[in-house]
Write a protein that binds this ligand. Structure first.
Ligand code: AMP
Length: 181
């Protein structure tokens, strides 16, 4: 998809076949982040629907969601809240389990990071099945926050994640889509 300013960020995303395991097409954003125009375009496009306000904090999912989410928070003039893998945050946490292909994983947020009614924009690099972002939404809601929207550079629509988030009542903003998975 061409962005509004005609800058095509899709061509800066590199595809690595069979990583981390056979059959996966890994959409690598390090090439986008390394490009001065690409990184700025991605951050600007993630942020633009929220420039008029309505957001109190940006939350990003470890680890690529930190790079993009931190920049979006700075761009919007808002604070950033990290959602981390289990055991990484130093103070008291709230956790949320979610299903992986094999087994479960847990993400955590500081228990005092969000106040009741805070309006949160959730950011990650990519939405696939929506398992990770869905757990992050549950975690933010458990903390008392309202998820205004979830924004991603990449959507893999065939995996249904965006549809799943919309069914949870969350607006979804994505910049580029790739067929398949
Ligand atoms: P999911 O929970 O299935 O929506 O997966 C989303 C998370 O896994 C994101 O944090 C992505 O960074 C990562 N991910 C899943 N599939 C891919 C892929 N094909 N290429 C790159 N990252 C992926």
């Amino acid at each position: 998809m061409d962005l509004r300013n005609g800058f095509d960020i899709k061509r800066y995303i590199r595809t690595i076949p069979d990583y981390p395991k056979p059959g996966i097409l890994f959409r690598d954003i390090t090439t986008l982040l390394a490009d001065l125009h690409g990184f700025r375009a991605a951050v600007d496009e993630l942020a633009w629907p929220f420039l008029r306000g309505g957001i109190d904090f940006v939350a990003g999912i470890e680890a690529r969601g930190f790079i993009l989410g931190g920049a979006v928070a700075h761009s919007l003039g808002r604070g950033f809240i990290p959602i981390r893998k289990k055991g990484k945050l130093p103070s008291r946490v709230i956790g949320q389990d979610y299903a992986l292909e094999y087994g479960v994983d847990t993400i955590e947020i500081h228990a005092d990071a969000i106040k009741q009614g805070d309006r949160i924009l959730l950011i990650d690099d990519l939405i696939a099945t929506g398992g990770t972002a869905g757990a992050a939404i549950d975690l933010i809601r458990k903390s008392g926050g309202e998820v205004v929207a979830a924004a991603f550079v990449i959507d893999l629509p065939d995996l249904g994640g965006a549809t799943k988030l919309k069914a949870k009542g969350v607006k979804v903003h994505t910049l580029v889509g790739f067929e398949g998975h």
